[in-house]
Design a binder for this molecule. Structure first.
Ligand SMILES: *Cc1c(COP(=O)(O)O)cnc(C)c1O
Length: 625
């Protein structure tokens, strides 16, 4: 694939031809991974790509003495596939990232077209035989790149190429938060990818022309829908324009995108929009990570649930079976003990497996509100500092989270949670009733040990911000009870297990929106709730010798707005729901019954169901056999 250089256009007997001059050429080398599903007779190929300089290494220029240039071009090309950007739900407008996106898109598309041509002889049938999915906007350049290949390499007209592209490509949106929406600088794209730039311009000109005919004079609307605006290229708008289907990842999120980011597009193309709720690999998150629970399930309902997760629903029959509920509690205890051993080995902490395990494990982000969780822990700590003899349920709060390297405030929150844990450990009497542990280097392997050990799953994002969540489902299928807001897939989890088996609290997405419009004032809550006031005081005073007045000011006098994710507004309801959960936990059989109902209702959150829905609703695929 070609980077940099410039485009020379000239007229030939075949019309206008675009030539890419002075380009830096990078080659893609395929690395195939064979992937087979459990007990499947079929094997799929996951094709990965490695970038390298056009001819491995320019031996010629090396032997001619141009050592430095030969080395530099080699490493520049290699760099493209060397690193993965670690930020999550945040956009980084870096040149290397753009090159990575184009490299992967171009290699994969060239491969798809070559295969299709060899098998079917013509690209006219591409939309019938291939589905190309834009999973978030990161591969959105496949829209102009497929246009380029069809026109420049395979001789299609614009109109015919656009018809093929828009019948082949579909797009899944993963966020509505503006800081996470990809917007590339126009001049970066024009410098790095000059041919793609000119195709993007043409896509936009034609689209805006159409909209102008539909909504004459409505400049604002057309500017909102345009791919280009204020020197930037909006990849989400491009993805909607170039796709035949657009979906969100939970019922709530799929409704929200139709009313917010893509409202104008929804008005034009209502049938383009659909929903596919996310799912999890239940053979990993249940069968592999919790064999003890699987063996109880097999004893009760057989092992059909392994291949058909919806069969978990048969477990509900046992909700009043005391021996099953007892075994459920014993299994949870075993998984907690295993986690304690792991935490001892990795963090050097000794945790109490008889305490209530409350876990929040997910990337660290303000909207996910690990801070609100910490504020609740501080409130409990304050209660115990005032009266160490309070007859409370002993609890262990476990956090697992990585922050993006450049996300300063996220790291301040990690420091707060860690310091809070250390501070508590200095009070042995309080530490018997309250422990906080921040697990280092959170990863999938760690999550596989955490989910089965959890009794409370924290899913407390500000309503309207978490598109789906999948951690919520991993906890649920392992029998944890959710303390959560009505956000993302939590809404459907409540629908599935019943309101009596989940702890829902806080503002709804609509209420958040209303409060935001009317003008959110965090200090109102501060003066209304003495417990909250003491939390803010404690932050200012600090933990383990470190003041967190920076976090206190973020909550009460931050700029441009204090407490942007409304931890203060939801704090009261959050404490109340935790008190209710603690009360419920006193009755071990009732807790086990609720837990059983969560496991029995988790089947619909298997990725098997999600993949089936993509195949049916979006890719137009039929099952073989
Ligand atoms: C499932 C998973 C996530 C996603 O968690 P959410 O709570 O849905 O944000 C993130 N990191 C790891 C390691 C996971 O296993």
């Amino acid at each position: 694939m070609k980077f940099d250089g410039y485009i020379k256009e000239r007229w030939t007997e075949n019309g206008l031809v675009a030539e890419h001059m002075d380009a830096k050429i990078v080659e893609a080398q395929a690395y195939d991974m064979m992937v087979s599903g459990k007990d499947s007779e079929a094997v799929s190929v996951l094709r990965l790509w490695r970038a390298q300089n056009e001819h491995e290494f320019d031996m010629n220029s090396f032997s001619q003495g141009d050592y430095m240039r030969a080395m530099q071009e080699d490493t520049e090309a290699e760099l493209i596939s060397k690193v993965l950007y670690p930020s999550d739900n945040h956009y980084e407008g870096k040149s290397l990232r753009l090159k990575q996106q184009y490299f992967l898109v171009s290699a994969s598309l060239q491969n798809i077209l070559k295969d299709h041509l060899r098998r079917y002889g013509s690209l006219d049938t591409l939309p019938d035989m291939a589905a190309i999915h834009i999973n978030d906007t990161h591969p959105a350049l496949c829209i102009p790149e497929l246009m380029r290949l069809l026109m420049d390499e395979h001789g299609y007209s614009w109109e015919k190429a656009w018809d093929i592209v828009t019948r082949t490509v579909a797009y899944t949106n993963h966020t509505v938060m503006s800081e996470a929406l990809e917007k590339w600088n126009e001049d970066l794209i024009s410098r790095r990818l000059p041919r793609i730039y000119s195709i993007l311009k043409e896509i936009n000109q034609r689209f805006c022309g159409e909209m102008w005919n539909r909504f004459p004079g409505d400049w604002d609307k057309i500017d909102r829908m345009s791919v280009f605006s204020h020197g930037q290229v909006r990849m989400a708008n491009l993805s909607v324009i170039g796709s035949h289907k657009v979906n969100g990842v939970s019922a709530l999120h799929s409704e929200i995108i139709k009313e917010s980011v893509f409202k104008d597009f929804y008005d034009v193309w209502p049938d383009k929009f659909t929903n596919v709720t996310n799912g999890i690999a239940h053979r990993r998150w249940l069968c592999q990570s919790n064999p003890e629970l699987c063996s109880l399930l097999s004893d009760c309902i057989g092992d059909g649930f392994v291949m058909a997760a919806e069969k978990l629903s048969a477990f509900k029959k046992f909700e009043n079976d005391e021996s099953v509920l007892k075994r459920l509690n014993e299994i949870k205890k075993i998984k907690k003990e295993q986690f304690c051993a792991y935490a001892k080995a990795t963090e050097g902490v000794s945790l109490d497996p008889d305490s209530l395990f409350d876990v929040q494990a997910k990337r660290l982000h303000e909207y996910k509100r690990q801070l609100m969780n910490a504020m609740h822990v501080i409130a409990l700590y304050n209660d115990l500092r005032e009266n160490p003899d309070l007859p409370v349920q002993p609890r262990t709060f476990v956090f697992g989270a990585k922050a993006a390297p450049g996300y300063y405030f996220a790291k301040e929150i990690i420091k707060l949670i860690w310091s809070l844990g250390k501070d508590i450990e200095k009070n042995p009497k309080i530490a018997e009733k309250l422990r906080v542990v921040f697990m280092e280097n959170y990863s999938v392997s760690m999550a596989e040990k955490m989910m089965p050990a959890a009794e409370i799953s924290e899913q407390i994002s500000q309503a309207g911000k978490e598109a789906s969540g999948t951690g919520n489902m991993k906890f649920m299928i392992n029998g944890a009870l959710t303390v959560g807001t009505l956000d993302g897939a939590n809404v459907e989890m409540q629908e599935a297990c019943g309101a009596e088996n989940i702890f829902i609290f806080g503002l709804t997405a609509e209420e958040v929106e209303e409060l935001w419009k009317k003008g959110y004032n965090a200090t109102e809550y501060y003066s209304r709730n003495p417990r909250l006031e003491r939390v803010i005081d404690s932050l200012n005073r600090g933990f383990n010798g470190t003041s967190f007045s920076n976090i206190a000011s973020y909550l009460v006098k931050g700029s441009p707005v204090a407490d942007p994710y409304m931890c203060m507004a939801d704090f009261g309801a959050y404490c109340d729901i935790h008190a209710k959960a603690e009360e419920t936990y006193r009755d071990k059989m009732k807790w086990a019954k609720m837990s059983l109902n969560n496991i029995a209702a988790a089947g619909r959150f298997s990725a098997d169901r999600s993949v089936r829905e993509y195949a049916e609703k979006i890719w137009g695929l039929k099952r073989i056999k």
